[in-house]
Design a protein around this ligand. Sequence first.
Ligand SMILES: Nc1ncnc2c1ncn2[C@@H]1O[C@H](COP(=O)(O)OP(=O)(O)OP(=O)(O)O)[C@@H](O)[C@H]1O
Ligand SMILES: [Mg+2]
Length: 1018
Amino acid sequence: MIEDLDPEEARAIVDPALRLMMKTVQQYGGYVAQSTGDGIFALFGAPVAHEDHPQRALYAAVRMQEELKRYSDRVHAEGRIPLQARVGVNTGEVVVRSITTGEGRTEYTPVGHSTGIAARMQALAPIGSIAATESVRKLCEGYFVFKSLGPTKVKGVTEPVNVYEVTGLGPLRTRLQRAAARGYTKFVGRQREMEAMKHAAELAKTGHGQIVAVVAEAGVGKSRLFHEFKASESGWMVLEAFSVSHDKASAYLPVLDLLHSYFKIASDDDARSRREKVAGKIAVLDRSLEDTLPYLYALLGIVEGMDPLAQMDGQVKKRRTLDAIKRILLRESLNQPLMVIFEDLHWIDDQTQEFLNLLADSLANTKILLLVNYRPEYSHQWGSKTYYTQLRLDPLGKESAEEMLSARIGDSPELAPLKQLVLGRTQGNPLFIEELIEALFDEGVLVRNGTVTLTRPLGQLKIPPTVQGILAARIDRLPPEAKELLQTLAVIGMHFSLALARAVVQQPPEQLDRLLSYLQAGEFVYEQPTADVEYEFKHALTHDEAYKSLLTDRRMLLHERTGQAIEALYHERLEDHYADLAYHYGSSNNAAKTIEYLRLAGGQAVDRGAYAQALANVEPAVKLIEQLPEGTERLRAELDVRLVEGMAVSPLYGLASTERLHTYQRVCELSARLGDISAEVQGRINVAGVYMSRGEVSRSLEIMRRCVELAQRSPGGELIPVVHLQLAIILHDAGDSVQASSLLSDLITHFEPARQEAGSDYLPINPWVLTPTVFSRVQHTLGRPDEALKLSELALHRARQLKRPFTISLAYVAAATLHYERRELVAARDLAEAAIAVADEHGFENHLVWGRSVRGWVLAESGQTAKGIAELEANAAQVLANFQMQVSEMLAQAYLRAGSAHRAVSTLDEALSRSELAGMHFYDASLHRLKGEAILMRDSSMIAQAEECFRKGIGMARSRSAKSWELRATTSLARLLRDTGRRDEARAMLAEIYNWFTEGFDTADLKDAKALLDQLRT
Ligand SMILES: Nc1ncnc2c1ncn2[C@@H]1O[C@H](COP(=O)(O)OP(=O)(O)OP(=O)(O)O)[C@@H](O)[C@H]1O
Ligand SMILES: [Mg+2]
């Protein structure tokens, strides 16, 4: 319509309308962010937060439409073209960008999805009306009346959204009334406060008027306490009045409220019936009060004709008006005791305050109980009155809060963790508890289906908008410096020390102390009773809200500063702060520092044996690497992180795992590019370790030989020991125990427990423990059973000292295996159980399976053959390739016990062909011997074949100096020779090997040999 008008004239009509709209926005505490030619864009709740910003927006919208209608009628009456407007409302997160304009003023521009939807609502609203989204309706239903316009497709949103027309004000005024609509939670606690109020009521009833003030933070339960108290009393006339947050500027609003309810005036009564109600009531009450009528009429806006008070001085008129109301109340209290309730004095207007002061001064000898409540930021002057009581309401105690939660969501044990979380976050504030739970129902995390159940695991608890609004508004009411400090503290953390706050805040100490005391008095933060001065945010929710209210740039700057302050302040014990440092630098986008501290924290976790936690640090660090500028430093940073990763993947995913292989292949790549010999050695050792664990002994041996060359180039040859250790392990598996032994005997005194030691990080098992572990096995093979036992005990002792779980479980399982070789059932079983327990607790699959195999063998040997075989078979498939031979050996023995010679033979044949392929010859001698035994058992006439097997076993053992195996195989052969009439040969062979031994005479093998020898000698 405007298009048809001459621009001059259009402006003459539109501009006043725009001014009117802006004025309305300001009246309700909104902010006009933009004014287009024919409309405005307004924000409520930002840049200044209000806990009821959606309501304010709707109040403003309703008022705006009313005023525009009036304006338009006027314009129309003047013969000009009338105008109409549409209003659209949405609520949600917006980011507010601040711009300082040329004149030094700051302007705020909202950005974000929510603003676009508000604009779409405006376009959808029927002309002359208000359209709002579902989220607005959710928060304001009851305060306003909503009419559905049905689901509508909105640009930028995939699903159709519900749109509502706001048709006017609803019946509800306060939050508690709204809570009543969804059903009050069972009332809990508050016995002491109820007692105190009862006591005051008793006094008032006997003519000693009382004032009770209840003070508490938002949502702690002031209104609910009054509500419960009212319900518990009888015989009173109760008059109630509320102050409302957005109407502080409107005079007398609560008083008007009170009068409306006293005179029973309904909202649709016209002026005349209102006058009749007022006059009628006064006439009944006391005719001598009829002089108050002109004042009441004027105040209620129902004067008929000329106002008799029109010429009266404003001050005089006000005083008399207040006095009139007071006299009415005092008079009324003669008929029955009178309970006058004024809620939310923190929002009270000046006139109502004056009225309250007047009433407070004059109720000492009346039957009036004046109940008021307010939040801590408000104060009054009645404190010195003898008939005044103040009740400070604290958040609910743990028990009451739990009772409340149980009433709300029941007692199912699966909800216990949720309850703890809610209690922790809300610190017993009943409103916050209700809202958090309600939000969980809304999101579908909780469902009520007879009982309440949890539908998915809990993540972060989101702060519901209602709670967020309250907290944000409280923070915004702080003086600017205090608010800024609170925000800064929120960046430092939920807990912080004074020293750290000082370093980050960079203000003179006196000023900081003053502001801190201010925040403490306002109960934003607590001082912690510790040795150092430490503080804590009172509410996790306040912390989160203060944190969120910072602009991103500022937040990043403060995180960076906090990181630097921690480094400076705690440089002597930085290791206690790695996680914090990683967090702060991570939040300030300082990739290099974040990676460094994540790596350090990861290394610390490895030291504690918390491998999963170590990876939780390493993984984000790896992701950040890309953000570093390309070049040497980036390669170095990644290498360092990968080295920590390697330490964690072996225990977690297994020694033969692809994860271990990939991590260390990457280590090899990076270190080769950097020319870092030490890291490259570490990489190769572990790659070799993977192949060895996969049973590819020849391949791993090859890698180790190249590794030796590399280590010789390390400064002072410092890497040679660790390379030799790994080489010894592989040589032993390959069957070369002699060379392994000569390497190990040099190494046994070399390593130290400390991680700093060169090379101590190179293997997943600490070398200080690994060396005696491996050496023990080698010595046993070489025919030194006692020496082997001592080394095994040394390894166990060292592992226990070191306290690294992966190393401990290895030491146990290796010791169990030694006792298996020694055929000592009890010790083997006990150590296997110990290994199983540690491996099971930490999820070390390799050690678990190995330990269970030893246990299976013990079972089979001790009479529970079937059970033992079952356990061995179950684990055979999962065991690492380099232990498969051992498990085959165990299984074969168990089959022999069970009399299943056929199965024993096929198991052994299979193992022997595998050993050939893999180049793993350590078990060959033993496997051949067992095969000979199995053949004999299968068919006692197959003497030649069995003999061949025994001789093969003896030959192999001899060529490798594996004296223990030689003894066993020779004992087997000697029996066969004895039974086939060749006693002399038997005795000679057996005596030769038996006499070689110088120790271990109490082991089963040597005792068996001795017994046989004795028999052959007779
Ligand atoms: N003792 C209690 N037991 C159970 N529920 C409670 C208790 N106290 C408060 N509540 C519930 O918590 C919510 C907030 O309480 P209430 O409205 O009384 O807080 P308030 O202190 O008046 O807050 P405000 O300052 O915002 O007015 C209400 O829904 C109320 O029912
Ligand atoms: Mg209240």
